[in-house]
Structures are given as C-alpha cells and as structure tokens.
Design a protein around this ligand. Structure first.
Ligand SMILES: [Zn+2]
Length: 380
C-alpha cells in the first residue's frame, strides 16, 4: 500500500518524481473491482478530510515546502486533487453499471435509463417492492365452486339482467298479480313506472329465476343450466340479511325427468361441495313455480350431524329450495317446445352468501359487502 513519503528535496525533478509515484499508486489501487463498501473505503483513503492521502500530501509536502517551492507544489497538488476526485466518482458510476447489468437491465440501461447518467442510483440491497397478489372475493369463490360442480355434470351457465320486468320476475314464474307469495319477496321497484301496464314495470330482480324463463324462450328443450347472480330484496340489514345477496339457481328440462333425478343431482352436488360424508334430506315446501316443492337440508359439515353452534344443535343445515317445474311455468313458453304433456324438469336455488358465511365462519353478512381490505385479505 502506498504511503506518503517525506520530501526533503523540492527540486523540479524530485517533485516530478514524487507526484508521478503518487499518480501511479492511485492508478494501481483504482484497478481493483469494488463493491459499495469497498468504494467508500477507497474514497476515504484518498479523499478523506482528516487523514486521506491528499490531506497528508497537503500537510507533509505543501506546508513543509520552502517558500520558493510552495507555488509549484500547490499547483501540482491542485491538479492531482481534481483528477483523483473526478476519477473516484467515475469509479462509482462504473461500478453501478456493472451491478445493473446482471439483473437483466441491459435493455433499460441502453435505452437511456437514468442510471447511466449517474443521477439515479439503484441500491440492490434494499428490499424490493412487494406486489400483493389479488384473490377472489369469498362470494365469488363460493359461487365459482358451486357452478363448477354443475358444469362437471354438463350444465351450462346462464345470465340475465338484474333490472327485470314484473313479467319475468313474477308473472311467468306463476306468481299471479296480487298473489300472496309476492309478499314474501319485498321488492325494490323502479320509480316512475306507474304509467306502464303492470307486467312491464321494472324492478330489481328478487331471485335469479327470471333467467329460467329467458333461457327457455331462447332454447328448446333439453335444457341444463346454472344461473349465478345478484338479487335484491327490501330486507332490513342485520347480521344475516342484506338488501343485496347472491343466488345460484339451476334448471333441468328434458323428457322423462323425475323427482329422483332432482334428488340424485342435488345429493351428488352437496357431496361434491361439502364432502362425501354429507347426507341430504328433502321435506315439503312451497314455491309458486315448482310443484311439488322441497326444501333441502344437509348434515352439518362442521359437526357431521352431532350438533354445533352453526347448525343450532340440530345437526342439519337448510341450504336449498327445489322442486319439479310447475306445468303452469311451461305454459308461458309452450310455443318453444315446452309442452307440459311431453316434458318435465326440476329447478333448485341456493343462497351463495349464506354458504360462504358458513364455509368461512363469517358471522356478519355486511362484512362481505364493505370492501374492507383487512377483512378480505384473509382470503388471499
Ligand atoms: Zn353442526
């Protein structure tokens, strides 16, 4: 390692030799490849204010110089100071180019990246920017799981408008005007529709069932379709009710479809969704658009039917409404080949929000709609 020698002879030749040795020493040390810490040490060794080599030269050569030599020593010292400090800085930006290249930034660097100009400094020791992965909302995930089970059985997916006419939402599904069954579905009506005939008035659909009619109008039998989507009812919000909710509904129509097909299909679907040990139970119910109608319960997938908080100690969870399509419903699409004398079918529907809440143990439905990332990121 170079050390600043004492200078006894201030003749021109001696000064020339001393500064040449200084420059050669710097050149030699500047050859070594440096990391960030190494470059800093190198800079301090040559340019450090307190004990850097140039400071030592200033102390030992310039200050000690006889009066007649001071001018010459000062000139040479200033010259080499400029040279060394600019080359030290140069080494730093060169070092960065070497670092930038291996991480695949050749293109960026050659395209005029700021790092080439030396104004932008890339510190590869800093932690990188973490891009959080997105994830499906628990409702969408549940809906997709249900739909996937039926797709595997050959069902296709149907969609329809969320703003529906009274005809599709009620009348064609065998809810006659003023029928008491309409009262069970508190409906949001679109304002300013009073001038229209009742069946044309618009409302927010209260179930996904209108898509059954719309599908049958477009497609002659056979039909196998699942209908996922948003529905709206004028429910007072509480832990289990929300004016916005989601359903997945299904419809199968063909010749010779019986209640056994309905039971077999739903039993298989529930096992596919909740595990092969799940049992199903059908008991009588009423829907205007199915006859006979049945509610379907499954054994609690949490306690396996022993009884727990989720199933209210009953061991059973009511999950679906279902039934054989009422012949009166086929009457509305008869001209498209839906002759109730020749064909039959079944329909079923389930609330997606409730399934998601049970599956993920969410005890307040409003959490699903608040968009709070702290809640949602648990499902990522
Ligand atoms: Zn249970």
């Amino acid at each position: 390692m170079y050390q600043v020698p004492k200078l006894d002879d201030y003749s021109a030749g001696s000064l020339e030799k001393a500064f040449a040795e200084l420059r050669a020493a710097f050149d030699a040390e500047a050859q070594a490849p440096l990391d960030e810490a190494g470059w800093k040490a190198f800079r301090d060794r040559w340019l450090g204010r307190k004990s850097g080599i140039l400071t030592q030269v200033n102390e030992q050569w310039l200050k000690a110089a006889p009066a007649e030599a001071k001018r010459e020593v000062g000139r040479r010292l200033n010259e080499i100071k400029d040279e060394i400090s600019s080359r030290v800085n140069e080494l730093r930006s060169k070092r960065q180019d070497v670092v930038v290249m291996p991480i695949g930034s050749e293109a960026r660097a050659s395209a005029g990246s700021p790092s080439v100009s030396g104004t932008h400094q890339l510190d590869i020791t800093l932690p990188g920017i973490r891009r959080p992965l997105g994830a499906q909302h628990p409702i969408l995930r549940t809906m997709n799981e249900v739909v996937a089970v039926f797709r595997a059985m050959g069902y296709s997916i149907g969609e329809g408008p969320e703003i529906e006419s009274d005809y599709y939402n009620f009348e064609a599904l065998n809810f006659p005007p003023n029928h008491p069954a309409r009262d069970s579905q508190d409906t949001f009506f679109v304002a300013g529709e009073e001038a229209k005939p009742a069946r044309e008035r618009l409302l927010l659909r209260t179930h996904t069932s209108p898509v059954q009619i719309r599908t049958m109008e477009k497609q002659a039998p056979p039909v196998r379709i699942v209908i996922p989507g948003k529905c709206y009812r004028h429910d007072t919000p509480d832990a289990t009710h929300s004016p916005l909710f989601h359903q997945v509904e299904g419809l199968a129509v063909d010749t010779g479809i019986t209640f056994s097909d309905l039971k077999g299909t739903l039993d298989h679907a529930m096992k596919a969704l909740f595990g092969s040990s799940v049992k199903t139970r059908f008991f009588p119910s009423f829907f205007p658009f199915t006859e006979p109608s049945a509610d379907v319960a499954i054994t609690c997938f949490k306690c396996n039917g022993k009884g727990c908080r989720m199933c209210k100690m009953s061991g059973w969870i009511e999950l679906l409404g279902s039934g054989m399509v009422d012949p009166a419903v086929f009457g509305f699409v008869k001209k498209n080949g839906y002759d109730p004398e020749k064909i039959s079918g079944f329909a079923f529907g389930m609330g997606v929000d409730r399934i998601a809440m049970m599956k993920y143990e969410i005890d307040d439905i409003s959490l699903l709609f608040q968009g709070d990332v702290r809640f949602l990121e648990q499902f990522a």
